[in-house]
Design a protein around this ligand. Sequence first.
Ligand code: F6R
Length: 608
Amino acid sequence: MCGIVGYVGPKKAVPILVHGLKRLEYRGYDSAGLVALDRSGARRFRVVGRVQNLDTELFGQDLPMTSGIAHTRWATHGKPTENNAHPHTDSSNQFFVVHNGIIENHDKLRLQLEADGVVFQSETDTEVLSHLLAKFYDGVLEHAVEKTLHLVEGTFGIAAVTTHEPFKIVVARRGSPIVLGLGNKEMFVASDVSALVQYTDQVIYLEDNEMAVLTPDEYAIRTLDNRPISRKTFQIDWKIEDSDLTDFPHYMLKEIYEQPQTVENAMRGRVLQAEGVSKLGGLQAKIDEIKKLRKLILVSCGTSYHAGMVGRYIFEQLTDLNVEVELASEFRYRKLRLDETTGVLALSQSGETIDTLAAIREARRKGAITLGLVNVVGSTIARETDAGVYCHAGPEIGVASTKIFVSQLVILNLIALLIGRYQSVSLSEGMALLKELQELPNLIQKILAQAPLIEDIARKYHKAQSFLFLGRQMHYPVALEGALKLKEISYIHAEGYAAGEMKHGPISLIDEAFPTVALVPRDATYDKMVNNIQEIMARSGPVIAIANEGDRSIGDLVDDVIYVPRTHELLQPILSVVPLQLLAYYAALLLGREIDKPRNLAKSVTVE
Ligand code: F6R
């Protein structure tokens, strides 16, 4: 979704702003713009489409300005046009603002401003902010920002500048992330740390209803009610190399291939093999409350929701908890009866997904213990939960989530084992699970080595209009995840289904042009899955099976088979999902799709 970058310091601002926008491209956007300032005034540039178009527009321009703000816009109010692109300005071109989020009462504010004679230049909700800044300006930009935001309903992360005070940036947040980057006599700001890692590893996250005033030498944080705040600095643990493509053609492929390492990172320092238990420092502060939990609700969206669905089976197997799993966007609107014996565990790569964040806030309001399983260190969900565990998987840049799904599954096993060992899980059960967990990196390598075979299978089927993905039990969410991966990057229609539901409707779709991907591991559901496969084949439907190594009989039955090594039952989904990620990748590649930036999608969904 939308991205914000800002810079004030001794260097030329424009290259830093453009570079920052490029680092945010993965989030998804459809137009871009920037404004740069010095004592002589401001220069604004806006383009439809890629940041590269902004580069073209800027080529050959002499732009010595040392401060500015920039934005990538993911259209919500108004089409992606140059006029709707940020920064927006007031009628005198002296106040500029970039904004992430949605101003819910913009219609009302717009009517009031129009009644005062203001002429609007865009269809956006954001433009009201620039006119309000001009209206309230009394010589101090932060006063105008404060007054403006008191009128605003909705969500915002904003950065504002004015030609009257060219070496000052004022930022504020409610619901949309803002991170300050602290340099040596220079200050940066962004909506996402990836725009900052090249310049500094010292960052500060603003909380909701806070603003910050940045000048080259200092920053000051205060609430929107004007109370000064002192906030601790975070050290970012990513390096710039982590977000480089290296030799891979796409981030998605790079991240699929990183998965052996991702699993190691998720386990590092967390496995006490001899005691058959895990050690999770981030949960330690709340361990007494966690031990008393009777119920756990896993909340998340998209791929993280599928991880949560697998998590339900893991927690049911390893703990005595009653376990529920729910889409965060549904959970937050339910009539909930929660108390301190309920834990609500939010799963989120970004730690900023607005529905997941809102679910956690609702759970906390109602007295539940809130826990987070998050990748981005210092993100809002990580900060707002009572306790949590980080994936430590480095940045995930491909819009289609891959390595974080695998990381979440590993850590769900570790959390469930930690709780389960206080309950009925025995030492030997714990040791057996951990032993197999540590084998996973090698086993994933074996699957990655089959990429050429998976590419051939993708070549055979990529022209199909629709795909069905089937699985049972823990492999039902894996089927959902396989279908999600395929549809989001290849745009082939794909549905995931619990195989037992086949006969209740979807079987009517089966014909020779409708391939099914069947997840058929050697577990308790094996025979039933084989029956489902027979039913599909009897109706001439092509079947691609994901089966365990050595399962010759499946190989003889279906059209195509991808073998994955066998592991502990609770870990099998970690292996089964890898060929599905590669299948989606190669199908999208063969169809010429823009794999890392699929149309209409954003990496971090910060609006409801
Ligand atoms: C799909 C995908 C999305 C995210 C979802 C939640 O490949 O990436 O479905 O999983 O938007 O995002 P996080 O995990 O950041 O809360």
